[in-house]
Design a protein around this ligand. Sequence first.
Ligand SMILES: [Zn+2]
Length: 126
Amino acid sequence: MRLRRAPETPEETPAAAPRALRRALPPPAHLRRERRALLQVRERRLRDLGGLLVEMYRRDQFRQELLVDRCDELAKLEERLAELDTLLTAAASRGRVRDAARCECGAPIFWGAKFCGQCGREVGAA
Ligand SMILES: [Zn+2]
């Protein structure tokens, strides 16, 4: 059986993508929550799709457009998951940079600051 893919809909132009990435990152906790929820939905959809396929086999009645629709949904879901992974990676690397810049007292030091806002120590003096 050959599955025909639905005709591609024009996605966002490549020029729009870099600007979208420069927007403020949502909090990592939100991203992780969405990712977890999506993974669950994906597992469920995959199981349903398998069940649907077996049911069609039993009835010897394949409804191709139904299968293509379900696969389309799954592909979109996985696209969003990949996007979330990218955002989480970006958030993680940003967190590492921020963690590196800390005063002896433990307070975070803002980029370009000369003194600690918490204890007044000169940054980099120690
Ligand atoms: Zn300090």
